[in-house]
Structures are given as C-alpha cells and as structure tokens.
Design a protein around this ligand. Structure first.
Ligand code: WTA
Length: 681
C-alpha cells in the first residue's frame, strides 16, 4: 500500500490551480449580522437577518441562495451563467450551467495551497493502533501520480472506472484521480460477490478496474483480486486491472493486471486537471430498487460537491481543524459524501475506517475516538444497537471528551439506541443528528441541525429540512397533505443541487421511479410522519426495498436468485423487524411438484446462492417452505399479508376478500409458527 512516510510533502501547484485559486480566494470582510458569522455568504443576501430567514430564503428564493453558496464555496475556472434549469415533471435537473471546475482541485489543491501539512486522511486500519496519516500534500501527490498513470493507460475523459477496494487512502486517491482526469468512477462495495460486481462493471461499461490484492476486515482476509478475476471473465469490456497491495501476500498477475504502486512511482507528481462542466458525470453508484436490477444513479460535478460540502459543514457543525469520523464504507453513498467529498471539499481531516465495530473488541469505535481525537462521529443505528448490548463499560473505558456531534444514518434509529448514543457515548452533552437521505439525494436532506444551537432535538426524528429542501407529504390520491400531525408519502417539491441526475443508460426508469408517481415532485420511496410541530419522522420504505444493517436491498433481487434454483417454483421475500440489523430477510419458497429434498439442505443451498450472487448481508435469516403463496385473483402475491405474518401481526392482516384462496394464509401462518418454534428450540 502507498505509504505516507517518505512521500514528498512538497507542494506542486498546477497552473490551473494557481489561476483558479487567484480568482477564488477572496475573503469577505463584512460581517453585518450574526447570520454572516454563521454562513458568510448569507451576508450578501437581501433581507436575511437570522437563521430562520436564511432557511426561508433558501426555499423561497433558492436560486439566490444556491448561487451565493456556489460562488463562495467552490473554486471555479469559469463562473456559471445559469443557476438552475430544472423541470421535475420531466426528470430534468441541471445546476450551475456554464460553470467549469475540477472536483479534485476543490478537494485538494486549494487546501494544499494554504496548508499542505494539514492531515487530510487518517486511515484507521483494521489492525488496531496502526493508523496512518496522509497530509493534503501527500494525498494530492498520490492523486496526481494515479491520474497520470490512468491517462498513460488510455483512460479518458468520459470513461467510467470501476473501483472495487476497501476503505483506504488509495481508494480515495483513485476516486479523486478519476475526477482529476475527467473520468467517472463506479465504486462497488467490496462485500459484493463476483456476480454482483460483474453486473455493475458491465452496466457501467468499464474497461478499467482498480482493486487490491486482498482486503482485511475484522481480522479476516478477503480475496478481492480473485473476486475481480472471476468477475471480469464475464466482462468483455475490461482491458486492464490495477492491483494495489493491501497485504504483503503476492497474487497471481495476468497480462491484464498492472501493479499499481510500482507504476505510480514512475509517474510525475503534477497532473493537469481536466476542466469539467458542472453537469459532466462525476460518478455512478449502484443501489437497489424494487426490481431485480440495481440502478446506477448518476451524480454530476458541481452540484453534488457543493451539496456534500454544505451539509457536511452545517449538519455536523464541522469547524476548521476538527477531525471528522464517518465510519461508513466508501462503497456506499455515505462513504462518498461524508468520508470523501464533503470533508475534503471543506479541508477537513477525515477518518477512513477499515474495521468493524467489534474488532478486536466492542470498544473499537471509542478507542478510535480517543486515539484520533475525533470531534464528529457518524455511524449507523445497527452498530449502535449491537454495541448497546455489550454494555456501557466498553464506552466508558475511553476518553470521548473530544466529541461534539454524533450522527446516525441509513435506517430509522429506535429510541432506545438513540438514548444510549446520546447518554452513554455522548455523555449527554453532544447533539445527536438523525440524518435522513438517500443515494438519490446525494447528501443529507432532513436532520435536526442546522438550527438554533439550543433548539430541541426529538429522539429518533430527522426533524428539520436542510437549506433548499422542501419536503411534502402526499396522500394516496396524490394530493399534498397540508396539515400537521399527519403521515404520507415523502416527496420533494423543489430540486436541489445534490440530487441524482439520471439512472445510467435508463433515463426512462429514472422518470418512472422518481417523478411519475407524483407528477412535478421527486418521490423518495419513503413514508414520513409530520408532527404537530412540523418535524419529520421517517416511517420506512413504501416499496419492495428492505434495509438490512443499513444496506438497501430489493426483495426482487433476492427472489431472482432464489428462483434460479432448479427445485424452486416461486418465492416471495419480505423484511421483518430484527433487533440488531433493523430488518432481516425472510423468504417464502414454493418447491416444484415432485421435488423431494431435505429442507435444511435446500435452505443451506439457497443461502449460499444469495451470498454468491449478491452479498452475504442479503442472505435470508429465515426460509419457510410453503405449498403455495397467498395471491389475488389476478395472480399477484399478497406481500402485505406475508409481511403481517412474519411480524406476527395477525390482527393486522386486513381485508382478505381479494384473495384467491384464503386457506393459503392459514397454511402460511402455521408454517411460520412451526419455523419459529423450531428456531427457538
Ligand atoms: C433509509 C443511505 C430512517 C430510507 C444514506 C432511505 C433512513 C434509504 C434514514 C436510503 C434515517 C436513510 N431514518 N430511514 N435517518 N437514512 N434511511 O440509498 O429508507 O443506502 O430511503 O442511502 O435508507 O438508503 P441509501
């Protein structure tokens, strides 16, 4: 792995960076009112005297707001001429057109210009106590060498590079190197199987893949290079695979493979950044939807970066010099926005967490907080619920006095976990921000902060929309619900710069999924409740997507795999409440006639297939074999009924009159009880 020691910290600014920095680095000396101390660019906005007025203006006059923020916070080589050109009814979203910039210059060069020795990354390696620090100067050098290497190997502007790596500095440098030369990246979570990786490489039409020889997580070695070898066998587009060394163990290299660090050493430390248009693609990121095929959401340059930076700064109250610890993997949107782009755009020190919350023991997070002096900690409720069960002593052992804000993301946080996070981890003195957002939204949309410093925070509620975010709730008829103390489908009435622009190669699916259900609005797929006070609380998905340990998975994706088993006639997968994972996977399976197998053997086989075709986390916790599934007369599986059965909510089964054969439900209920009692014994 590329090591920080011995790297030259000498800063070599490119001519591009120097030119753009000169025009950018103006400091406004005005401080008209306290709002300017809070957000300097707000001082130039007409009629904004306080935070509430600022929030109001960000929605009522969003163009003025975003124009001021974009001018102030991004470093442009050519200023934009049009703030926005959006039409939600057609799924058309464009921000800052005419503007040109480079995302890597915004994340690196401008900070190197002012403070090259500031630490950009702290790599909290799997091996406890072996963290490594990389300054902005070092990260720029790594990025430039890698950018040159990719260019030398014919990676061009507009190409899409697939990155299959654990969270580590070279993964960050790979993302930034793509951005530097104008290529898009497609980071695939390193827990995905060869088949899942291959599907994403093919859909993205990547000819270049970047990986590591082996991954190390929780003390276990994973053969990432071997997984890539298997995947690329079914990816004819792949011409080259760059292989970095995370461990010292050699791997078999083929003619297609390139030893990354070795080749980087031969490259120049200056890499001229590509001049990108605001709406050029920055990255694709695949996520699950309600069909079997994952969708490659597309994010573009300026709007995404600006939104990630602004939310990072204000939701977490990040200040210069803070150490920001988001423990998400870079394979997810949280890793993109709050490990890489948001913090680096703000010149922060960001932590790359390679391990697990319980390795080598359940004190890992808090030991890290003490050692790295973390100021903001951002994690997932599933980990909090797990750690809570191990007891307070694992937290209390460590000094957490540096912590200022605690964040939660990815799934609803139950009150017990919220209270524990607040009371034990934060000693009751740190605001807990439950942040709601999605791969599609690019950054946090609803969170308790920013707000007045002492404004109330209600446990388990995301509460307040961010600047420029205008949520609405819809009833089943598609009408906007205007009153409070009401629930509905969560939509956004206005575009914002961070939102996804399309689904790669499938704009129609983008329109159908997000803009067609409620014309003129962006539909999130989530339901929400708005309290008497006007605060939002997310109530869960309204579609066939479940959330296992904060990982999104479409039930149809799992069914597609299960149905590939020759013994299976049909299946239905639903989520159920799981005390740690949030949701678990429950599969109903109907076998073909005349099949005679041991159910336990088949269960094992099906679990193996799901792990192999998708990822381990998608593997069912329960598999119930049934003679038939409850269906409507038109032949549709009644998932609503199955969901109620697995939650043991028989009272809530509702109207069964449309069922083809009500006796099927009784069989399903009995089968469920049998499976539970077998499991208990
Ligand atoms: C869910 C993760 C409740 C939600 C950033 C959303 C949440 C999906 C929260 C997106 C939260 C995310 N409270 N539910 N604070 N945050 N979700 O794309 O269902 O991996 O639609 O993005 O996670 O998951 P994704």
């Amino acid at each position: 792995m590329w090591l920080p020691c011995g790297c030259t910290s000498k800063y070599v600014a490119s001519s591009f960076a120097r030119r753009t920095l000169a025009s950018y680095l103006h400091v406004s000396g005005r401080s008209r009112c306290n709002v300017a101390a809070f957000m300097p660019e707000a001082a130039g906005l007409e009629g904004v005297s306080g935070r509430a007025a600022l929030r109001e203006l960000s929605v009522s006059n969003s163009e003025s707001f975003w124009a001021a923020v974009a001018r102030h916070r991004l470093c442009w080589s050519t200023p934009f001429h049009t703030v926005q050109d959006c039409d939600l009814s057609r799924g058309k979203i464009k921000w800052f057109e005419g503007g040109k910039l480079n995302v890597s210059v915004n994340c690196l060069d401008r900070h190197v210009h002012t403070c090259p020795e500031r630490v950009a990354l702290i790599w909290e390696r799997d091996e406890r106590g072996s963290e490594m620090k990389y300054t902005y100067g070092e990260l720029l050098e790594m990025t430039c060498r890698l950018g040159n290497l990719l260019r030398r190997h014919s990676v061009k502007r507009g190409d899409c590079v697939t990155i299959y790596m654990p969270t580590c500095p070279l993964a960050v440098a790979s993302m930034l190197a793509c951005a530097r030369i104008g290529a898009a990246h497609n980071v695939v979570f390193a827990g995905f199987s060869a088949d899942a990786l291959a599907e994403r490489i093919r859909d993205a039409q990547s000819s270049t893949v970047i990986t590591v020889n082996q991954g190390v997580r929780g003390g276990k070695v994973t053969e990432l290079k071997k997984t890539v070898d298997t995947a690329v066998q079914s990816c004819p587009t792949v011409k080259q695979v760059f292989v970095a060394m995370r461990t010292d163990n050699p791997v078999t290299m083929t003619a297609r493979d390139i030893a990354m660090e070795e080749e980087m050493l031969k490259e120049d430390v200056v890499c001229e950044p590509a001049v990108m248009n605001s709406e050029d693609v920055l990255f694709l990121l695949y996520t699950s939807g309600s069909t079997g095929k994952p969708k490659g959401l597309v994010h573009t340059q300026a709007g995404y970066l600006l939104y990630a930076a602004l939310t990072h700064r204000y939701v977490f109250s990040y200040h210069d010099g803070d150490v920001f610890g988001c423990v998400a993997d870079i394979g997810w949107i949280t890793g993109h926005s709050y490990v890489v782009y948001g913090p680096l755009a703000n010149g922060a020190t960001t932590v790359l967490f390679e391990s697990t919350p319980i390795y080598p023991d359940p004190g890992r997070y808090w030991d890290m907080v003490e050692r790295l002096k973390i100021n903001q900690f951002y994690g997932a409720p599933t980990a909090i619920r797990l750690l809570l069960k191990y007891g307070d002593q694992w937290v209390n052992k460590y000094d957490r006095s540096t912590l200022k804000t605690l964040g939660s993301v990815g799934e609803p946080i139950n009150t017990e976990a919220w209270e524990w996070y607040h009371r034990v981890v934060g000693d009751g003195r740190c605001p807990v921000v439950d942040t709601w957002w999605q791969t599609e939204t690019g950054g946090i949309c609803i969170a308790p902060r920013p707000s007045d410093p002492d404004a109330e925070i209600v446990p388990g509620m995301a509460m307040r929309p961010f600047f420029g975010i205008n949520p609405v709730l819809m009833d089943t008829e598609g009408e906007v619900l205007t009153s409070n103390n009401t629930s509905g489908a969560l939509c956004m009435a206005q575009p914002w710069p961070g939102m996804a622009r399309t689904i790669h190669n499938n704009h129609q699916r983008f329109i159908d999924t997000y803009f067609q259900p409620y014309p003129g609005y962006f539909f999130t797929g989530d339901g929400a409740y708005r309290s008497e006070e006007g605060y939002y609380q997310i109530t869960g998905r309204l579609d066939d997507v479940i959330n296992v340990s904060g990982h999104r998975i479409g039930t149809a994706e799992i069914e597609d795999v299960v149905n590939q088993c020759p013994a299976v006639a049909e299946s239905a997968v639903v989520g159920y409440t799981h005390s740690i994972k949030g949701q678990g996977v429950y599969a109903f399976v109907v076998l073909k006639k005349g099949i005679d197998v041991q159910e336990a053997d088949l269960s094992r086989q099906l679990n193996g297939m799901v792990s192999e075709k998708i990822a381990k986390y998608a593997s069912p916790d329960f598999i119930q074999f049934a003679k038939r599934l409850p269906k409507t007369r038109s032949g549709k599986i009644m998932r609503r009924v199955l969901r109620k059965v697995v939650e043991s909510d028989l009272e809530g089964l509702g109207d069964l009159s449309t069922l083809d054969d009500p006796a099927a439900v009784q069989e399903i209920i009995q089968g469920h009880e049998k499976l539970l009692s077998k499991n208990r014994s």
